[in-house]
Write a protein that binds this ligand. Structure first.
Ligand code: RB5
Length: 150
């Protein structure tokens, strides 16, 4: 798969480690995050990855900021995006199987590198189960349609 990754200044080191890990799993990684310099606004990098996912330029996304929350909130403002914050692998697996999350996020201040790798592995190896879950995901996406700006 082709995977977009994005991060703010809190997560440069973890982003690099996760990038290597994802490549070792056999995936291609496109870096949309910050690599050096001053403090960076997580919203910018959440949006960049979300736009790439929504446009089909990448298959899914990984976002990392201090908590994973700010960057996922930003990503979820892009139409078609279901970004889920995960702090452990069970949630990471279920957000793919049940919610068809197209982005996962986690916090560099919350999880260590080994836990982050387990989260990424659980998400990338899981499959959306469809069926009743597809109906529920469609209900989520209907909210977007009902609240579209004209
Ligand atoms: C940056 O200090 C921090 O607020 C950011 O990385 C993130 O945790 C926000 O949700």
């Amino acid at each position: 798969m082709k995977i977009g990754i994005g991060n703010d200044h809190t997560a440069i080191e973890l982003k690099n480690e996760i990038t290597e890990y994802v490549k070792e799993m056999g995936h291609e990684v496109v870096n949309f995050g910050v690599d050096e310099g001053a403090k960076a606004n997580y919203a910018e990098y959440g949006e960049k990855v979300a736009v790439a996912v929504a446009a089909g330029e990448v298959d899914c996304g990984i976002l990392i900021c201090g908590t994973g929350v700010g960057i996922s909130l930003a990503a979820n403002k892009v139409r078609g995006i279901r970004a889920a914050v995960c702090s452990e692998p069970v949630t990471a697996r279920l957000v793919k199987q049940h919610n068809d999350a197209n982005i996962i996020a986690f916090g560099a201040r919350i999880v260590g590198p080994e836990m982050a790798k387990e989260i990424v592995k659980a998400y990338l190896t899981a499959e959306f189960e469809g069926g009743r879950h597809a109906e529920r995901v469609a209900c989520i996406m209907d909210i977007e349609k009902r609240n579209r700006e004209s």
